[in-house]
Design a protein around this ligand. Sequence first.
Ligand code: SF4
Length: 463
Amino acid sequence: MRRNLNHATTTIREKRARAVGELDDWEQLRLSGAAIKDEVGRHLDRYLEQFEAAFTAAGGHVHWARDAEEANRIVVDLVRATGETEVVKVKSMVTVECALNEALAEAGVSALETDLAELIVQLADDLPSHILVPAIHRSRDEIREIFLANMPAVRGDLTDEPADLAGSARSYLRERFMKAKVGISGANFMIAETGTLVVVESEGNGRMCLTLPETLISVVGIEKILPTWSDLEVFMQLLPRSSTAERMNPYTTMWTGAHAGDGPKDVHVVLLDNGRTRALADPVGRQALRCIRCSACLNSCPVYERVGGVAYGSVYPGPIGAILNPLLNGVANGPVEQSLPFASSLCGRCFEVCPVRIDIPDVLVHLRGKVVDEAHHGVPGPEELGMRAAGWFLAGPRRLAASQRALGIVSRVTGRRTMLGSIPIPGPAARWTGARDIPAPPRESFRQWWKRTRNGSREGRTP
Ligand code: SF4
């Protein structure tokens, strides 16, 4: 797994750096992207209602979902109303976040993933390990084995050549696309001004799902809104270069409501909160809602490269997952949310590559503080009590001098020893003190030594 990950992330990192290096105004684009998303955060209610009005006026239907359960219920009801038992899906992280496929399966509806990497994960009954390339941890040979074992009507002489593997997936999927009556997607962006949804992708499977079925249902996080059509221009430059290291996406599909004789007749969008307003209420953490899911932070992260996406134990892996999951669900939600903010070396590479300038290390440190506060329920722990006591002594020269004199008395008892060894003090700090050599207090402090040897002379005051 590490070999596969290392090869894939190194290649995409280098390609991304070249693609980004072609633009002289990359930093200005990043600043613009961050500013547009921050504007959205400040007036989210207004932009969402503007989108709803425009999308509805164009013949679409808008549904609001507070959480994953409500979103799943809406989608299941809409699919049931069509009488269909199979739907085709465009890769969408938000539907993984809601566990929509599982909810559909419970309702007797099978959801077919049509993105190649997502299809590999689905056929292998595996977990996605990357936002953009969910099967990044699989080698070509492993994919061949998965297809041979699980893909109906696959050729027995299938090789592990990428073109051969893609060809098999294409024949398998093409038939399903032609029969599908219901398509399910997410969206990369929603434009408030015009009521338009935007999906960018590389394989053309999205275009098939978004245009061929009669019914189209899109589940979209409320933070995906952009105020105006011209704001999209900034993100159409930031996203492809940061994600697939391309100058533009091979396929960009945009639709505004429903149009007779052109694409799906029955068009729905489910606007999902599911913790996003909770994240928005956090003054430091809200910047995570700028995320455009490009994966550049995953591809640059030394921790992700070694452990892979599944190890994060959450839907969103990598550096963005380490902040997004605790922000969406709250740090009190469980052990995953409590441990994720610590799954980082804070090296800062994620911030350097993020196209919307999310300061992930800063948010991680902020969330670590929240985890510690949560663990102590507002009551200070031993470490904090110790730090407060040290702060009190260090804040006043007289108090500091008095404490140094007291330590000097201890040093008379310990004699010439420089180390006291480990002192297993009972209580919560026992493991810490029991595993460390405690140094003996010095016989005199630096100030006492300074006074004794320099005697307050001018020479003595020269640093
Ligand atoms: S945090 Fe930034 S780099 Fe990471 S996926 Fe989101 S937009 Fe991309």
